[in-house]
Write a protein that binds this ligand. Sequence first.
Ligand SMILES: [Zn+2]
Length: 352
Amino acid sequence: MKKIRLFLLIVVWSFLMAGCVDLTTSNQEKPFKLESMRVHFLNVGQGNAVFIEGGEGQTLLYDVGGDGDVGKQIVDYIQKCGYESLDVMVISHPHADHMNGAPYILEKIKVHAVYHPKVTHTTQLFEDFVQGVKKANLSLKPVKAGMEIPFGNMQVKVLGPCSDYYEGLNDYSVVLQVKDEHFSVLLTGDIEALAEEEVISSGKDLHADVLQVPHHGSSSSSTQDFLQKVNPKYSILSLAADNKYGHPHKEVMERLVKLDTEILRTDEQGTIVASYQGDALVIETEKGIQTPNMDKKYIDEKTGQGLIKGNKNSKVYHMPEGAHYDSVKEDNVIWFQTEREAVNAGYRRSKR
Ligand SMILES: [Zn+2]
């Protein structure tokens, strides 16, 4: 896989309402054969919900939490994609922002298997979830590193949790490596540095083409070592704009920028869909994109200095070809290598 050049192909996916847009197969009945798996990172506000369609029409939901009526939003989305049932639901860990849609989903559509780490939580929501599983005539399947979740022609490897006990719930998060013959995705819930270290120590190959960046981009997660081991072509952050946690944290964005990965965020791009089309990994987004250029490096090759010029006074930054590039007073200049660096430092782009 490493030698195959996955050229960047971003398709702006324009539609008026949030929903599944099936560009190639809209007239076919499901289940059908897709060219590859399709991985949908749903825009659920501050939370996480990833819907995966396999090549044979098998379906998996990883996390079902977020803002508002998220359970209904997810069911509507799945139905728009042409499915009336779900083969597998995996809840990474029992925090509301990863599972508050679960009771609704279990009530509304047939779910065939529900996986959860071996831990409980004291909330009413967790109780409702357990009841929902029972009412659906299912039992919660515990997940542990080393397992594989059966999923048709695809490989769904469980890389975490590695231990039986953690102090915080986040580190219990189920880590899944999902692969078909074309590309791979690593789903990480809210694992923090400790669980990341364990996954690395397990010696498994962590590489994935697409990474769900752990814990909404929190600085407690995404160690440089972990990110390097995964070495994703695309890094996807699931979060709400202006969330109260300050996600994504600046340190994580800086580490990602160093990694030479395309950063995509549900708060900026809306729902993000990864699939393989023709001979390329294609990323489709709901709102259009700014990011690929955001991470383009502007560097003076001799000195290594960034060429994007910020004005410390006005907090505006100017691109090298910008009309006011040369008019910033020297005392006020701060240099950035990428637009994302500038934006993360609180600067906005000059209009000209
Ligand atoms: Zn979370």
